[in-house]
Ligand binder design. Structure first.
Ligand code: KIV
Ligand code: NA
Length: 271
């Protein structure tokens, strides 16, 4: 039997073989990704890529739990990390603990992730000391989009460079087992990866990181627009469009369903 990877396994990979991560939101996709990935993130990006929300601010704890349960059912080997949504951990460490514990209990996931802005490291320490493995997330923090005004790459000025590095160090020092670096200049991601003793997982943060993650529907080509840092490994959008167009044509021409796709009464004799 294969054992699921967990936080200590990922932590040990610092500076070693690159850690392969993707996002997952449902059981069948999780089952496919499980054969190839070390870590599956149930990202709050689910709000945008599955539920059509304009950003991740509207994602609820109940949504994260429902998708977390599906991904756990679909996968066997990869470590599963569930994102804590906006509003579920920033209000205080006790509230954060309650919500994180609920996610851990109801999904069975191996860890949670939270966006580690300036006030969050204290909460991370509180959670880790109480048995909750935490993954941090620095650089571009999508949950801060409404105070920032837009999704913008980070660490391109000296000021920002120092701020992102400080946040990453505080996150690692607080006990996070790994840190996601999103939308951040190469030099900054490299420096963070050199100075912290935990693996860094990059998304739009260069090849300098200890691992990489992408939003799965983005890399599968489900959308007509993707950010600069996404490489499209498939054209699901084109595939689905072609499939649905053929189905529509077949239904309209009465070519679907055919006899082989039809149930008949037991007495029926095929002509
Ligand atoms: O929500 C998400 O998908 C994420 C990844 C992009 C790291 O946080
Ligand atoms: Na996220």
């Amino acid at each position: 039997t294969t054992r699921r990877l967990a936080a200590p396994d990922i932590m040990k990979r610092k500076g070693g073989e690159p850690i392969v991560c993707l996002t997952a939101y449902d059981a069948p996709t999780a089952a496919l990704l499980d054969d190839h990935c070390d870590l599956l993130l149930v990202g709050d990006s689910v709000g945008m890529v599955v539920h059509g929300m304009p950003n991740t601010v509207g994602v609820t704890l109940d949504m994260m739990i429902l998708h977390g349960q599906a991904v756990m059912r679909g996968s066997k080997r990869a470590m599963v990390v569930v994102d804590m949504p906006f509003g579920s951990y920033e209000g205080g460490k006790e509230i954060a603990y309650e919500n994180c514990a609920r996610v851990m209990k109801e999904t069975g996931a191996q860890a949670i992730k939270l966006e580690s802005g300036p006030t969050v490291p204290e909460t991370i320490a509180y959670l880790v000391q109480r048995g909750i493995p935490v993954m941090g997330h620095v650089g571009l923090r999508p949950q801060a989009v409404l105070t920032e005004g837009a999704f913008k790459a980070k660490g391109r000025t000296d000021d920002e460079r120092l701020r992102v590095i400080a946040e990453a160090e505080a996150t690692a020092d607080a006990g996070a087992f790994a840190v996601v670096i999103e939308g951040t200049a190469e030099g900054v991601a490299r420096e963070i990866t050199e100075v912290i003793d935990k693996p860094t997982i990059g998304i739009g943060a260069s090849a300098a990181c200890d691992g990489q993650i992408l939003v799965t529907p983005d890399m599968l080509g489900l959308f007509d627009w993707t950010p600069k840092f996404v490489r499209r490994y498939a054209d699901l959008r084109g595939e689905i469009d072609r499939a649905v167009a053929s189905y529509a044509e077949d239904v309209r021409a009465r070519r679907f369903p055919a006899e082989v796709e039809t149930y008949f009464s037991k007495k029926h004799v095929t002509p």
